[in-house]
Design a protein. Structure first.
Length: 320
């Protein structure tokens, strides 16, 4: 039995009227994730500010037990209702040399009382900052999610979900910075809704965004269950298990393959079977550290004889 490690394609051959099958062992490896920052505020007393939190603007911020998404505590931030004095919190997470290109940011948000002031169409936000300074104007920043007063949740000009005032809403943002493409992708999951993807151009200081920033504009808002984790992109590996060889002209040709995701997050794997221009695809979502079996098949093999077939993954086709 031959073991076929996967780079981008594996080859089988058709010989005579049939397929010479090749089998291989499935290979999996555990994915690694690294917690950069987690805070559920349960270890802090009411009226306190957690260590490492740098406050700017309106300092009316503290751990409270009035509301919580889980447990009994959350973090309250009160901007000036109808005014023009934001409450801002910044927490340094890493140096610019340690900042991952892919991260998962999650938490819960609740909007309380308030009215729009000079910060039109804004009520709360989570994002990045280049510096964890107590001066509201220091550094520059960009958003991960913007919670609008009308209940929309946006990023990069796209609406990625909605929320209800006075109710908790959970959120997850998969942040991916593709330095080669010069783009940043946000895959956003709001509550139980399906993920929505928003893409923006990278900033010139993207790699200098080393601090997590929370903000309340002209409302009182609450955050809970905050987490930032570094994650690896999906990394797929394919192993050919079997074929239904031999086949005659006009018969169905199928190839069974195992696809393993050795990366740090789930992703969609697309496998294509190509018999000199006759193609079929099979795809599935594969979680981190998991393996799925796919079976692309050609329903009517047109010719006999020795022919080359190609199995490709992620729709990347090389020269055969």
């Amino acid at each position: 039995m031959n073991e076929l490690p996967f780079n981008r394609r594996d080859l089988l051959k058709l010989s005579g009227a049939g397929v010479i099958g090749t089998s291989a062992l499935a290979q999996t490896s555990a994915a690694e994730e690294s917690d950069i920052f987690t805070e559920d505020f349960e270890d802090w007393g009411t009226g306190t500010v957690p260590d490492g939190f740098v406050l700017a603007g309106n300092s009316d911020q503290q751990v409270v037990d009035d509301y919580s998404s889980t447990g009994s505590h959350s973090y309250r931030m009160s901007g000036s209702h109808g005014g023009c004095w934001r409450a801002i919190m910044r927490r340094e997470l890493f140096s610019d040399t340690e900042r991952p290109d892919s991260m998962l940011i999650s938490g819960a948000f609740r909007r309380g009382d308030g009215t729009e002031g000079c910060h039109d169409d804004q009520s709360g936000r989570i994002g990045w900052r280049t510096v964890a300074s107590s001066s509201w104007s220091d550094g520059s920043g960009t958003e991960l999610l913007q919670f609008r007063p009308d209940g929309d949740i946006t990023v990069a000009g796209e609406t990625v979900g909605t929320y209800e005032p006075e109710e908790w809403v959970s959120f997850e943002v998969e942040y991916h910075w593709d330095q080669d493409a010069g783009e940043v992708e946000h895959v956003c999951r709001i509550g139980d809704s399906q993920p929505v993807t928003a893409v923006r151009d990278e900033r010139g200081d993207e790699g200098e965004m080393t601090a997590l920033a929370l903000r309340s504009d002209d409302y009182t808002v609450f955050f809970d269950d905050l987490s930032v984790r570094s994650v690896d992109d999906p990394e797929f590996e394919i192993d050919i298990l079997s074929t239904n060889s031999p086949v005659e002209a006009g018969d169905e040709l199928s190839v069974e393959v195992d696809v393993s995701n050795n990366g740090g997050e789930s992703g969609e794997a697309l496998v294509e079977l190509d018999v000199e221009g006759q193609t079929d695809t099979d795809s599935t979502e594969i979680g981190e550290g998991e393996t799925e079996t796919l079976t692309p098949e050609i329903t009517d093999v047109s010719d006999t004889g020795e022919r080359e077939i190609t199995i490709t993954l992620e729709n990347e086709v090389g020269d055969t």
